[in-house]
Design a binder for this molecule. Structure first.
Ligand code: ADP
Length: 323
């Protein structure tokens, strides 16, 4: 392998830049020419490549977002689109690809590598931490820290006014951010897509809290929660339980941005390094993950067909600690 291309795709996540940096520096260390592909798979199709010498990744380890930009690309889901992408790769003389993204990104990588025999390694970069084959994804820790900072700030006003806050956090299909940030933020309840929300028991829990002289309550709601999200649940609760002044805060995209935490920077550095080393050792078609604090490879086909198991113990801890 002489020339490796790297791209970021799907939703952006803090730490992607730290990962690009690690990939580029490791490649250069081993005398490989490094090339960046702009805007994910769209840049492969549109022929948007940029050279990545070592200085191109200076001063980015602390920056959120991705210097390579990211995009969702419908054309890559078609055979014609992928053919165009492959011709451009060939013309560039790129021998292998490293893709940083979520399971959609890996689905694309898996088909592409099978069709055209291109060595690919996937690196999990998503705030959702919902991928099979890794304990953590790049960006999850930073997103959690942004959420608990927001929760702490909301709690100040909640406690001063005897308010009940519903805080909606990201997580369309998985409630992992809600669970972690809910525990860390000392929330009274956590509503997630993996569990049914029983309004009755939520209300009796809030009433109990009020009786135990809690001055405020914070309920963390994952956006994919099945009974309709924070606004709808807050309406329902407000109708049936008027002890508190009820408010809703939807955190939205602030969860995606910001300077990556130490944890995410180190995780990104380890994964970026390991991805290049893997290609040099003829490992391909795999996603790199961290399992029990060790780098670990999972077949891309397996990574995209499974979900990370739901952590029942964390859910139990959240329930016990919020009495
Ligand atoms: P994420 O990687 O964060 O899950 P997406 O689901 O948007 O984000 O996927 C990112 C991109 O990967 C898509 O815009 C598309 O270009 C590509 N992709 C996703 N699924 C497939 C697929 N089944 N076949 C080919 N390309 C795909």
């Amino acid at each position: 392998i002489n020339k490796i291309g790297v791209l970021t795709s799907g939703g952006d996540a803090p730490g992607m830049n730290a990962c690009i940096r690690a990939v580029v520096r490791t490649g250069i260390y081993y005398n490989i020419e490094m090339v960046g592909v702009m805007k994910g798979y769209q840049g492969l199709i549109d022929n948007e490549f940029i050279p990545l010498p070592s200085h191109a990744v200076s001063n980015i380890i602390q920056r959120g977002g991705t210097i390579l930009k990211t995009a969702r690309c419908m054309e890559f889901k078609t055979k014609e689109g992928r053919e165009k992408a492959f011709r451009n790769l060939q013309a560039q003389g790129i021998d292998a690809l490293i893709v940083i993204g979520g399971d959609g990104t890996f689905s694309g990588a898996e088909v592409f590598s099978r069709e055209f025999n291109v060595p690919v390694i996937g690196i999990p970069g998503t705030i959702d931490n919902d991928l099979f084959g890794t304990d953590f994804t790049i960006g999850f820790d930073t997103a959690n820290n942004s959420v608990i900072q927001a929760i702490d700030q909301i709690r100040d006003t909640a406690a001063s006014h005897n308010r009940l806050f519903f805080v909606e956090v990201m997580g369309r299909d998985a409630g992992v951010i809600a669970l972690w940030a809910g525990i860390a933020g000392g929330s009274e309840a956590i509503l997630i897509p993996e569990k049914e929300t029983a309004i009755e028991s939520l209300i009796s829990k809030l009433a109990e809290g009020a009786e135990n002289q809690k001055s405020s309550s914070i309920v963390v709601v994952a956006e994919g929660e099945k009974s309709g999200g924070a606004l709808k649940i807050a309406e329902e609760v407000k109708r049936r339980f008027d002890h508190y002044d009820t408010k809703v805060t939807v955190l939205g995209h602030l969860q995606r941005g910001g300077s990556p935490t130490c944890f995410d920077r180190v995780l990104a550095s380890r994964m970026g390094y390991a991805a290049v080393k893997a290609l040099l050792n003829n490992v391909e078609g795999k996603m790199i993950g961290m399992v029990n604090n060790r780098m670990h490879f999972t077949e891309l086909s397996l990574a995209i067909s499974r979900h990370s198991p739901f952590d029942e113990e964390l859910a139990e801890i959240a329930a016990v600690l919020s009495i």
